[in-house]
Design a binder for this molecule. Structure first.
Ligand code: HEC
Ligand code: HEC
Length: 275
């Protein structure tokens, strides 16, 4: 066995790398490394979006929220909102989720089924804010959107339509009229839903809806989606009767029933005349 200089393997490795510098794939590899490095650096400096809503809320409000929670919600969500077999943990869901769920009347749930139904909300604004503050105090999660976030007056509805069609239309239908999902679930119609609830639904992703966080769909894009949904609500149907805007199925059905039915009626009438 010949004695090897300890520096030799290292030198050989460096040599191998520098030889491969001119390799066909080297620029691609370098680009990937650079991208990974920028991504990492961005993740480090990007602002934390999960505002700790509830910070700065008076302790008395949080206490009131806890009392309301124990009375109305703890039977399903647990005494510390840690979750039970009847309801999920609410630690970290944020004030936005409580605000959305209680204001739309989904919570407190009365009947558990494939999908919890909306019903008239039973709580005052203060009570909801207090429960939201209590839940927010348990762990960071998305806060209730501010007036500024909800202001969609300057948003581009046409651009919102594009974002809507790529992210939402597969469940809520291209015109926002809703649609059926698997296992008895459905994506509800978005007609008449307030800007606040649209924003909160995106922030919190209720039930089988994905979360569209502030990084993936930034506030300007959310405002554009809201502007789009608000224009579809007031838009007249340029093609005549909208047939509920549920798409080609209803159009096809009307085509068959009216069109084919009419043809059959004609045939019967002609046949009757010929006799
Ligand atoms: C009868 C049982 C029941 C009661 C009472 C109830 N919940 Fe729920 N809650 C559920 C279930 C089940 C879900 C999951 C719903 C789903 O995924 O469709 C849920 C979901 C939620 C969510 C959404 C969590 C998330 O992941 O974003 C919030 C917030 C919530 N509940 C708050 C409350 C509040 C506040 C009250 C009291 C005012 C309450 N709930 C009362 C059963 C209940
Ligand atoms: C994978 C299917 C799916 C996608 C994609 C989806 N949603 Fe949903 N969405 C749902 C379901 C299911 C519900 C009902 C949740 C419940 O009742 O708890 C819902 C509820 C909502 C609500 C609440 C409506 C109400 O009546 O209170 C709004 C608003 C909403 N979605 C907006 C959007 C927007 C905007 C997008 C696109 C950025 C989107 N959704 C993408 C499935 C989806």
């Amino acid at each position: 066995m010949t004695h090897q200089h300890p520096g030799r393997p290292l030198r050989r490795l460096l040599g191998a790398i520098s030889r491969r510098r001119r390799h066909r794939l080297a620029p691609t590899l370098l680009l990937l490394l650079a991208l990974a490095a920028t991504g990492g650096a961005y993740a480090m400096v990007a602002p934390a979006t999960q505002a700790q809503a509830g910070a700065g809320v008076p302790a008395a409000v949080v206490d009131e929220g806890r009392a309301l929670f124990l009375k109305n919600c703890a039977s399903c969500h647990g005494l510390n909102a840690e979750g039970t077999s009847n309801g999920p943990s609410l630690v970290g869901v944020g004030a936005a989720s409580v605000d959305f769920q209680v204001q739309t009347g989904r919570m407190p749930a009365v009947q558990l089924g494939a999908q919890i139904q909306k019903k008239p909300n039973q709580f005052s604004e203060e009570e909801i804010a207090a429960m939201a503050a209590y839940i927010a105090s348990l762990g960071p999660g998305p806060g209730v959107p501010s007036e500024e976030q909800l202001d969609y007056s300057g948003a581009d509805a046409a651009e919102g339509g594009e974002i809507y069609r790529t992210n939402c239309a597969m469940c809520h239908n291209f015109a926002g009229s809703g649609g059926a999902l698997t296992r008895g679930k459905y994506a509800p119609s978005l007609k008449g839903v307030t800007a606040e609830h649209i924003y909160e639904a995106m922030l919190t992703g209720p039930q089988s809806m994905p979360v569209f966080g502030e990084n993936t769909v930034p506030p300007a894009d959310k405002q554009a989606i809201i502007a789009f949904l608000k224009t579809t609500e007031s838009e007249p149907a340029p093609g005549g009767a909208s047939l509920g805007k549920i798409g080609p199925v209803s159009e096809g059905a009307v085509g068959w029933l009216v069109g084919l039915g009419g043809l059959i009626a004609c045939a019967v009438w002609l046949g009757a005349k010929a006799r």
